[in-house]
Design a protein around this ligand. Structure first.
Ligand code: FES
Length: 266
């Protein structure tokens, strides 16, 4: 079975994030000032901002979930960070929702409203910092390129146990270009070098960065999270901080240009 997807981080996710942040931080600030100076109009505004913030947060959660399940490399430091980011965001929405439900009938805030909003603001600030780190350090949603990288290629396949599987055609890649294969739930990179085709685990052995999302030059792939380099024909480490080699897989090119992964992972 074969399907195609072209997702490498959802650029719409970072674009939506400012809205729930602005609305919910604004709600907390308006409620604080409204209750400190007994200004019911400000509390009313805070109530509306809370509803807008929760709606915007739920909307932003859709591309966020796609990134979480599809783009963030599994079993990586980025995946741990993304899990905390998701928990922080959900907690903040729940806290602001509870704070809203505890308002008085005229939507003025209660002490419990203010307390829950204060905790929600802290949760939001923490998850926002994690989200920023996911973009700037883990490059989730960043469409970076290197010279001759070509278009991002990402294919999902399922292979029968022990059977070679067709993973593409020789024309798919030029030298030093890569393609991400998702085979039976495993992430494998198909790459072309000066010597032909090779395949290797998409997971950097340092902290799990995606190698398909890295840079490849002269048959060496570099992970962009902390700079580890691997020889793509042997899997050996050319440069740390990674210490363990990556698994490599045999790729066979047939006369008609079809590329077969000889022993796909089960
Ligand atoms: S995850 Fe650290 S170098 Fe790849």
């Amino acid at each position: 079975m074969r399907s195609k997807a072209q997702i490498k981080g959802h650029p719409i996710h970072p674009a939506l994030i400012p809205f729930p942040f602005a609305f919910l931080f604004g709600a907390a600030a308006f409620d604080l000032v409204g209750s400190a100076f007994t200004r019911p109009a400000l509390s009313l505004t805070a109530g509306h901002l809370t509803l807008a913030g929760i709606a915007a947060g739920l909307l932003a959660a859709v591309p966020g979930a796609i990134d979480y399940f599809y783009s963030v490399p599994p079993r990586s430091s980025g995946a741990d960070r993304a899990t905390k980011h998701a928990i922080g965001n959900v907690s903040a929405l729940v806290l602001f929702g509870a704070a809203w439900s505890l308002r008085n009938a005229d939507w003025s805030s209660t002490p419990l409203t203010l307390a829950l909003e204060a905790v929600g603001t802290l949760a939001l600030a923490y998850s926002g910092w994690l989200g920023g780190t996911l973009v700037t350090r883990n490059l989730i949603g960043v469409d970076h390129r290197y010279a001759n990288a070509g278009k991002w290629q990402d294919v999902s396949l399922s292979a029968a146990k022990g059977e070679p599987i067709e993973v593409g055609h020789a024309d798919d890649l030029e030298e030093d270009q890569m393609k991400l294969l998702r085979i039976n739930g495993h992430r494998i990179v198909l790459a072309r070098t000066a010597d032909g085709f090779t395949a290797f685990d998409d997971r950097c052995t340092h902290r799990g960065g995606s190698l398909a999302g890295g840079v490849m030059i002269g048959g060496t792939v570099q992970c962009l999270w902390h700079g580890s380099q691997f020889d793509t024909s042997s899997g050996g480490v050319s440069c740390g901080p990674a210490k363990k080699k990556i698994a490599v897989y045999e790729v066979r090119q047939e006369r008609n240009g079809r590329l077969l992964l000889v022993s796909p992972p089960e």
